[in-house]
Ligand binder design. Structure first.
Ligand code: HEM
Length: 503
């Protein structure tokens, strides 16, 4: 490690004797609030300086956190990771799988909250079936049914001013859960119905689960001392999801392939993991993309032109139809750049390493803060501007600009601004490690292709049918642990004339 600086001099908040740095999160004053980790990341970025790294050391019951604020360094660390990457622990979930319900999980604990050999064994069983491009492509027709039902539901829940209800984020959770159910279990769960007792029970579990995660996994682990209300809700929800997966596994869906090869137990455990991480993630991504498009007339108009020109009429959609929507895909990438669902991905290093020029001891937890990198001028010029075109290839940019409806002065000004951002983006290029919403390497998101198809279908249907507008102030966001808006998502929907033939 010659030439590297000593770990002790890496910048970071100074730990106090005995209580270290944990007290900062316990007190929860800015910039150390578990729900405002975006603020903590920008604070650490300032401490680190350009291209540097910062740390939060001596956290109670948790390894030190090291934050390298550099895309090159991120690439270097990811590329040297071993065959069994360790991610951050999810202590309460591990406790559920490995202690409380050990009789059920045994030596097949799944993917989430699992590391080392057990993770590697499980992932090698399920990886191929889930990651293969065909896995998401063949799901498109089933996902389209779910999406059509959801868009129909959106119309039904509008108020007299054509505004969506305050709890629209929960509606998005229902859509995402129904979609994962269709893909993974090959069945309809019924979450989009109002009066179905079983559906109500599932939705109660979703609420319980997602609302108790921050208290259990991000705050002081009081649940280890006594059964806190959040703990009870969480365990009840996990038991509910587990029995749902056991009862609803069918001979269709992606998990049925796993069941054929490795048995129903492995398939059920996989289904549970997919439900646990495949619902709030896609719902958050859908919420942010709708919001950013609703606030950006120019991008929304361009998207509508692309949809109008390419969506099939008189038949259902297939994966080839999604391939004709580069602008829509760019809109999703741009949303995940500005508002990534997971602010930073992590790896626990298994041996000593030099990171950003500092000696970092093994066992430290490296957090790649891609939320900060993807909102920095040096990687994405004018980072606060929503410019999906920066993700398009040259030919696609020209095509999308030519097709843009000409609407006079304001449109022209927008056009030149977006062209200028694109020009500057072309100059710096897009660093492949500056925006990594789905992670990277062997442990990257196993549901990426499915999530992309699911999002594209929903957004295509919604923005083809409606002009979506936003009549309120800027949304604020919290980490829950996904990055979601705090305020109600009361989008206003106006039907576009004659464009709902697809629904
Ligand atoms: C926009 C939506 C989504 C985002 C942004 C997202 C993001 C992520 C990220 C950042 C990771 C960690 C990757 C790493 O450590 O390198 C991850 C892991 C994972 N995701 Fe996703 N995800 C999304 C949707 C989904 C969906 C829909 C599913 C399944 C239905 C899913 C299943 C998983 C699983 C099972 C893992 C754990 C993989 C492992 O540890 O081997 N995700 N996701």
């Amino acid at each position: 490690m010659s030439g590297a600086r000593c770990y002790a001099v890496m910048p970071g908040p100074r730990p106090l004797p005995i209580i270290g740095n944990s007290w900062r999160f316990a007190i929860g004053k800015n910039p150390w609030k578990t729900r405002a980790l975006d603020v903590s990341l920008w604070f650490l970025r300032a401490l680190a300086g350009a291209g540097g790294a910062a740390k939060v050391a001596r956290l109670f019951g948790h390894p030190d956190l090291v934050f390298p604020f550099c895309a090159e360094e991120t690439a270097r660390i990811y590329r040297r990771e071993d065959s069994m990457p360790h991610r951050a622990k999810a202590p309460c979930l591990s406790h559920y799988k490995q202690d409380l319900r050990k009789d059920f999980f045994g030596d097949e604990p799944g993917l989430i909250g699992v590391h080392g050999e057990p993770w590697s064994r499980f992932r090698s069983k399920v990886s191929k079936a889930l990651i293969a491009p065909e896995a998401a492509k063949t799901a498109v027709p089933d996902l389209e049914y779910v999406t059509n039902d959801f868009v129909h539901r959106m119309e039904c829940i509008l108020d007299d001013n054509r505004e969506l209800p305050k709890d629209f984020l929960t509606e998005l959770y229902k859509w995402a859960l129904e979609s994962v159910g269709a893909w993974a279990l090959g069945t309809r769960l019924g979450c989009l119905k109002d009066n179905d007792a079983e559906a109500r029970e599932i939705i109660r579990c979703i609420h319980g689960f997602f609302h108790s995660v921050p208290a259990l996994e991000l705050s002081a682990p009081l649940w280890r001392v006594y059964s806190t209300p959040a703990y009870k809700t969480y365990i009840e929800a996990l038991d509910g999801f587990r029995s749902l997966c056991l009862q609803r596994l069918t001979d269709k869906g992606i998990c049925s392939q796993i069941a054929k090869n490795y048995g129903e137990k492995v398939a059920t455990i996989l289904a549970l993991d997919l439900l646990l991480v495949g619902v709030d993630t896609t719902a958050a991504a859908a919420a942010s993309t709708m919001y950013l498009l609703a606030k950006n007339d120019r991008a929304q108009r361009k998207l509508h032109v692309e949809l109008n020109n390419n969506l099939p009429r008189g038949r259902g959609m297939c994966s080839k139809d999604l391939d004709k929507l580069p602008y829509l895909k760019a809109c999703v990438k741009e949303s995940l750049r500005m508002k990534p669902v997971i602010l930073g991905n992590g790896r626990c290093i298994q041996s000593d390493a030099v990171i950003s020029g500092y000696e970092v001891p093994k066992g430290s937890h490296i957090v790649f803060p891609h939320y900060v990198l993807s909102n920095e001028e040096r990687y994405f010029p004018s980072p606060m501007e929503y410019v999906p075109e920066r993700w398009l290839r040259d030919s696609e940019v020209h095509e999308s600009m030519d097709r843009r409806p000409r609407e006079g002065g304001a449109g022209q000004r927008g056009h030149s601004r977006e062209a200028e951002v694109c020009r500057r983006q072309k100059e710096v290029g897009i660093h492949p490690f500056a925006s990594l919403p789905f992670g990277f390497g062997r442990r990257m998101c196993i549901g990426k292709r499915f999530a992309e198809a699911e999002l594209q279908l929903l957004l295509a249907k919604v923005f083809h049918k409606y002009e979506v507008s936003w009549r309120y102030g800027e949304l604020t966001y919290s980490v829950t642990p996904t990055y979601v808006p705090n305020e109600p998502l009361q989008f206003t929907l106006h039907k576009r004339n004659g464009n709902d033939t697809n629904l």
